[in-house]
Write a protein that binds this ligand. Sequence first.
Ligand code: SAM
Length: 814
Amino acid sequence: MAPNPRVTAAFRAMRDIGIKEAQVKPVLKRLLKLYEKNWELIEEENYRALADAIFEEEDNVVVEQKKKCKSTDEDDLEEEGQTQDEPERPLKRLRRGQGGPGSSSVNACNNSLGGSPLKRPKVEEGEPPDPCLQQRPQEMMEKPQSIPQHGTVNKGKQPLLPQIASPGKRSMSERASHVCIREPRVEQGIVLLPKQKVPDTHLLIKPKDEPFTDDMFTEDVPDYEVPIAVIHPAPPCKVGSSVGNDSVENQDGPEIPASQSLAEGNGIDGILASSSERGTNCKLATIPEESPPTLEIASSPLGEVKISLSCDSTLGRPDFHMPSRDEVIKLMEDKCLRTYKIIDTNFSVKKLLNDMCECFLELGTYSTDESQEGSINISPTLDVLKESSVQDAGGNELGLCMPSSNGSVNIQCSAEVAELLSRLPTSLNGLDGQKQASKKIIPNGYTESEREKELEDPESTNSRCLVVVPQQKNPPSDLRSLHDVNDLTKGEERVRISWVNEINSECLPSFKYIPRNLIFQNANVNFTLSRIGDEDCCSACLGDCLSLSTLCHCANTTGGQFAYAKGDLLREEFLEECISMTRDPQRHQHLYCRECPLERPRIDDCLEPCKGHLRRKYIKECWSKCGCSKNCGNRVVQRGISCKLQVFCTPEGKGWGLRTLEDLPKGAFVCEYVGEILTSSELYERNLESNNSGKRTHSVLLDAEWGSGALKSEEALCLDATFFGNVARFINHRCLDANLVEIPVKVETPDHTYYHFAFFTTRVVAALEELTWDYGIDFDDHDQPVKVFRCLCGSKFCRNMKRSIRSRCATIAR
Ligand SMILES: C[S@@+](CC[C@H](N)C(=O)[O-])C[C@H]1O[C@@H](n2cnc3c(N)ncnc32)[C@H](O)[C@@H]1O
């Protein structure tokens, strides 16, 4: 009989997290019986019930063994045996923990709207979802680039800690939240994320239920779709295989007793030490295990943290030889780069361990915080520093040693955290935020204001997870365009730009970040110096043109005044005029093309008349042919983004949006709209294609000075940030009273068709406010080339809302 694909899929899912078929088989059988062959219950949440049941079985075996050893009472043993025969329905665990949207959607609401500091609300079991966490509109959901993941990235001042677990038993996901490390057998493309969940759509297509027979258990796994993203952040430990010998079978020991690892918050031995205790005693956290692998973490009041990993899976293997420390590190780093798709080649295991030390101290320092729930216990009585003979590698140096006496492998790492702060890398993929976090772990040195400061610091966010690529059936090129958790610009900008999703499990859409416009194909943009005449530059200037007593040529091109005032801000008058042009275009001059490239021939082969182009004000910046310095006050846009920005998932359902993490003054440059430069015909073709495939494009038209003649369609330029773009592609629309205004900026060329499309603030913008601009959409124009969205801008001037009110009124009148 052909193997049941559901069985093979279950095997495969378990194999991906390092569980052997032999272990899976009996448990799966039992579960199927228990659930009356209801496969859905087993497959839910990527076989969580199955994995939980397997882990539970392991726990039970260990408990039983312990009891057998300790007790000689035959009767007691019998009783134990009976209790163990009765399996606990793992299903009930599925409702606990972090799986639901409620838990992943912490502190979303207030942030973008009210601008109040982020707080991590306590998500209670069964608590109804926050009403502000709406679904995204259909068109956003259709976005094909979105990469589902469950591990939401927390921008809050606290990492999203594991939810409380019952002390005795832990579910798979709870185990995953441990610092206990087992290298899962992940497929190419899988990268670990904390708390991921595979959406149903990415599970195997389920055939109808088939009878469950032993024939189903066959090695002959048919070539079904592999479940996408087998994402269990840090499944239980198996250090040995990654260190000594790749082929070493997983000889997992029993799991860490939950009472010593995940706190319920009360009633458990080894509860968190109070802050006063921390000041006086040597505080030690230990996650002892009854058999290897063992993880021990120890800290001292001086901020010293030692981590010791022991794995005895090599015990009894005659062929085992002790590899060198460097070999192990090298292999581990290769694995990290290859398997977990950590893109930063500077990634280092030492740094990883270093960060682990810091995480520990950080969690320990937050012991009174409610978000401490579920963190590692500190056991004040055990002195692991002494007992585990952890070698202090001396000073700041991380020490890794592997005593080989009995074939066991022991990796130890210690760090003087306080001193290490200054040495931590500024860019360590997915980990560098720890440097920020570490500032607050210095005992007694952390204030609330620092916390809030950190909150606003993009570098402090999203730092608690590794990169981030759930396994997809994507080609490698897609993987390449995914973004560093901490900096979606991948170092392309002067500032780092983080992203955060506190609403749902979506990742950023896939696109390639570019800091400057690139020509797609036919756009005729000519940057040659020879095109810049003397009248278009200020070659005789020195230093800062804004400080000169006489205006230079660059000011002449903008009507004898610079657009900028001191401090990189726009002149108030200039800004107000630009705002007025956007908000009340009819009051301003328009130019009309004889043959408008935007108008396409209709049935009778006649062009529609030009609808007119606003004669915009533009900024002319000094550039390379000018004599002034790079710091000249008339060079703002070309210096790039300088404010702290963050991409976030909007709670109103607009998808991703951009917000500022610091207060911005009025007239400040925020960013440019960067993308591929296309001709209007090229964009038209793209739009046709994307409309057909239901995708949206992110494009803007460069039409500041059209209409002065007969512009050919290949001269009419657009920017499309759909595939290549910068952070501006995330700026959402707001009708009329947006806090950004777009202004054309000429930098390299006096060309009237090409210019930079730059955003400036229309008013003071408070930290955490969403940044928006008015796309200028006519929601009543149904002839638009791209599908118009239902506007959720929330402005009282919303043009789309008016339309819906109008149509409602019309309906009522009828
Ligand atoms: C340039 S993108 C902005 C970033 C986008 N939200 C995202 O997730 O990638 C434009 C798209 O965002 C959404 N959007 C922007 N402003 C919106 C608004 N006011 N109401 C609803 N959706 C909006 C629409 O789907 C629109 O097509």
